[in-house]
Design a protein around this ligand. Structure first.
Ligand code: GRF
Length: 215
């Protein structure tokens, strides 16, 4: 197999998407390997998960660097390069990026967002999808550009919004979809295939039977 792409994952919290990427990368035929899991939050639960899996971790706290967003990013960037990363996956990394980090990794940074972009960028996506009466919701993996939750879409997974859904039940359904989508898109990117076959990035999960068509 060709050389596996060295990837760093940036997290701020529980790191369940990071875990999904680690699990995928533990398979011998997966085209990427995780060389670093980095958090801006001291003691982020995902760090322990990564360590237990034998993956290098780093913490670059942003606290104490208030007003110095770029100074923090320069430390993050140095750690990414030191680890030999060639691609960065944001996975619940709760920092707005400055043009410095975005341009340093232009075309080589991915993000997962819990909505079908361009619908519902930003926070509270599940509540907003419910309030809007959306019938389909889901998640998106996209390349990172300077605008938040923007940038070319590489893959999306859609799930139905079900009667009686709460923010929590909908979030859980979307999260399960995230865990399938992110490893699939990363594999496509690592193989240089992402975006070449548009429908290859589309997943329709838990589809509902169409009314009148069910037998
Ligand atoms: C996910 O919903 C992801 O889409 C969003 O932040 C959440 C992170 O969850 N960007 P986890 O830390 O991967 O469990």
């Amino acid at each position: 197999m060709a050389e596996r792409l060295p990837v760093a994952v940036l997290i701020s919290g529980r790191g369940s998407n990071m875990r999904a990427l680690l699990e995928a990368a533990s398979r011998p035929d997966y085209p990427a390997r995780i060389v670093l899991v980095l958090s801006n939050v001291v003691g982020a639960p995902g760090l322990a998960v990564a360590s237990a899996a034998g993956v290098a971790t780093a913490t670059v706290p942003h606290k104490g660097l208030t007003g110095a967003r770029e100074a923090h990013e320069r430390l993050v960037d140095a750690a990414l390069r030191e680890a030999g990363a060639e691609l960065v996956c944001l996975a619940g990394y709760m920092r707005l990026l400055t043009p410095f980090l975005v341009s340093a990794w232009a075309g080589r940074m991915l993000n997962i967002h819990p909505s079908l972009l361009p619908a519902f960028p930003g926070l509270d996506t599940h509540r907003r999808a419910l309030e809007a009466g959306a019938k389909l919701h889901g998640c998106t993996v996209h390349r990172v550009t300077e605008a938040m939750d923007d940038g070319p879409i590489l893959g999306q997974a859609a799930v139905p919004v079900l009667a009686g859904d709460t923010e929590a039940t909908l979030a859980a359904r979307v999260l399960a979809a995230e865990h399938r989508l992110y490893p699939a898109v990363l594999a496509a990117v690592a193989r240089g295939e992402a975006g070449r076959v548009p429908e290859a990035g589309a997943m329709l999960l838990n589809p509902l039977p169409l009314p009148g068509l069910a037998d």
